[in-house]
Design a protein around this ligand. Structure first.
Ligand SMILES: Cc1cc2nc3c(=O)[nH]c(=O)nc-3n(C[C@H](O)[C@H](O)[C@H](O)COP(=O)(O)OP(=O)(O)OC[C@H]3O[C@@H](n4cnc5c(N)ncnc54)[C@H](O)[C@@H]3O)c2cc1C
Length: 391
C-alpha cells in the first residue's frame, strides 16, 4: 500500500491549509475586526449605520481594493484574498462583510474585467483609496428574473440618458460610484442591457429610501431613482448590449463572496457558543460538559468546516481560471443553510439569553437569513446546478 511520504504530503496540502501570506492576511483582518469593529457592532445594528470613520479604516487596511493591481493603487492580491477578508470580517459583523464583498467581488471585479484602460485609470485608484461602489441590477419587478429590468437608456447628444428605478441596492448610502444596468434596446430583450457607471452627484440621479431590514441592518439597502440622468459615452462599462454578460459573470463570482460571508457569520456564532457553553452553569456544571450539548457543538463545527471547504474550493477554481459555476452555486446554498442552522442552534444553546439583544447570537441569527436571498435565491442556485446536471 502506498504510504504518504514527506514529498507527497507536501504536494497534497489540505484545502483549508492556507499559504503563509494568506494566513497572515486573514488573521490581520480578523484581528482588526475584533479590535475595531466588534465594539461597534450593536450600535451599528441598532442605528442601521456604518460610521464613515470605520469605512476609512477599511480603506487604510487595503481591504477595499484587494484585487486592484498595485499600479492603480490597490493591494494587487487575489480573489481568494477577498474571500478571506469577507469571511474574517463577517465573523465579527456580516454587515461589514457585505460592504467589503460588494466593493471587491462585484464592483472592482466588474471594472477589472470589463473596464477599458480609461475607465480603469479613472476609477480604480479612487476605489482603492476612498470611494465606495455599488452594483445596481435589481428592481421592484425584476429580482430573480433580473433581465426583465425596466430601467431604460437612450442615446442623446451628450451620451446616454437613464430613466427608471433600482431597488435593494447594497452600499447605496455610502457609495459614490454605481454600476447601473439599463436596457438601451428593449426590442432586443436582454441583448439591450448595458452597464453604465454613474457618479453620485450626476444630475437626475437620486438615492431614495433606505430599507429597514431584519438583518445586516448596518449595511445600507437603498432605492435609486434615475430621471433624465445623462452620463457621458465614456461611462459605458463593457460594450453596449453586453451588460447581461457583465451582470452574469460578475454575479457568478460574487456569490462565492456571499458564501464566505455566511461561513464567517457561522464561525462567529460557533465562537460565541463555545465560549458561552463553557461559562454557563446548570445542574452544578458547565452546560458544555453535557454530552448532548457537546454533540450540538460538534455538528456546528462540521457544518462550518464543510461550507468553508466548498467556498475555498470555488474561490481557488476561480483564481485558477477553471470552471466554477457549479461549485459557486453549491457553496452559496450550503453556506447560507449552514449559517441559518448554526445560528439557530447558537440561539438554542444560549437559552433565553439567545433571544435578547444583550447577547450576540440573536443578531447573527437575523443576519443569516439574507444569504438565501441575495445574489440569486437558493432556488435560482438550484436551477443553475440542475441545469448543469441535466445538460
Ligand atoms: C438586503 C438586500 C441587499 C441586496 N443587494 C442588492 C444589490 O446590491 N444589488 C442588486 O442588484 N440587488 C440586490 N438585492 C436584490 C436581490 O438580489 C433580490 O432580492 C433577489 O435576487 C431576489 O429577487 P426578488 O426579491 O425580486 O425575489 P423574487 O425573484 O420575486 O423571488 C421570490 C421567490 O420566488 C422564487 N422564484 C423566483 N423565480 C423562480 C424560479 N424560476 N424557480 C423557482 N423559484 C423561483 C425565489 O427563489 C424566491 O423564493 C438585495 C436584496 C436584499 C434583500
Amino acid at each position: 500500500m502506498l504510504q504518504p511520504t514527506e514529498s507527497t504530503l507536501g504536494t497534497s496540502r489540505a484545502l483549508t491549509r492556507l499559504a503563509e501570506d494568506e494566513e497572515i492576511f486573514r488573521d490581520s483582518v480578523y484581528e482588526f475586526a475584533d479590535r475595531e469593529i466588534r465594539p461597534l457592532v450593536r450600535e451599528m445594528d441598532e442605528h442601521a449605520k456604518i460610521p464613515r470613520t470605520l469605512i476609512d479604516q477599511l480603506f487604510e487596511m487595503g481591504i477595499m481594493g484587494i484585487e486592484i493591481p498595485e499600479s492603480y493603487g490597490g493591494a494587487g492580491a487575489s480573489f481568494f484574498h477577498s474571500v478571506l477578508a469577507v469571511e474574517a470580517l463577517s465573523r465579527v459583523d456580516p454587515s461589514i462583510g457585505v460592504l467589503v464583498d460588494v466593493q471587491n467581488t462585484l464592483v472592482i471585479n466588474a471594472l477589472l474585467r470589463w473596464g477599458n484602460e480609461d475607465i480603469k485609470q479613472r476609477w480604480l485608484p479612487k476605489l482603492a483609496a476612498s470611494t465606495v461602489g455599488a452594483y445596481c441590477l435589481s428592481e421592484a419587478g425584476s429580482g430573480s428574473d433580473a433581465f426583465a429590468l425596466q430601467t431604460r437608456a437612450a442615446e442623446v447628444p451628450d451620451g446616454y440618458q437613464l430613466n427608471g428605478r433600482k431597488l435593494w441596492i447594497t452600499n447605496g448610502n455610502e457609495a459614490d460610484v454605481f454600476i447601473v444596468f439599463a436596457n438601451i434596446n428593449p426590442a432586443s430583450g436582454y441583448r439591450g442591457i448595458t452597464a453604465f457607471l454613474v457618479e453620485r452627484d450626476t444630475p437626475g440621479f437620486t438615492v431614495g429610501k433606505k430599507e429597514d431590514k431584519l438583518g445586516i441592518r448596518a449595511s445600507s439597502t437603498c432605492e435609486l431613482l434615475f430621471e433624465d440622468c445623462v452620463v457621458g459615452r465614456d461611462h459605458v462599462l463593457g460594450e453596449i448590449g453586453k451588460g447581461y454578460k457583465v451582470a452574469i459573470e460578475t454575479l457568478n463570482e460574487g456569490r462565492i463572496g456571499i458564501g464566505a460571508q455566511m461561513v464567517g457569520l457561522a464561525q462567529g456564532a460557533l465562537d460565541h457558543t463555545v465560549r458561552y457553553t463553557k461559562e454557563r452553569r446548570q445542574f452544578g456544571q458547565a452546560i458544555g460538559d453535557f454530552q448532548g450539548v457537546q454533540f450540538q457543538l460538534a455538528r456546528m463545527a462540521i457544518d462550518v468546516e464543510s461550507a468553508r471547504l466548498m467556498v475555498y474550493n470555488a474561490a481557488r477554481l476561480r483564481d485558477a481560471r477553471q470552471p466554477f459555476l457549479h461549485e459557486a452555486a453549491m457553496c452559496k446554498i450550503l453556506s447560507s443553510e449552514v449559517a441559518e442552522r448554526v445560528t439557530s442552534t447558537a440561539v438554542n444553546l444560549y437559552g433565553g439569553y439567545g433571544f435578547v439583544r444583550d447577547y450576540p447570537v440573536e443578531k447573527l441569527f437575523r443576519d443569516a437569513k439574507i444569504g438565501q436571498i441575495y445574489e440569486g435565491t437558493s432556488n435560482m442556485q438550484l436551477v443553475t446546478i440542475a441545469k448543469q446536471l441535466l445538460s
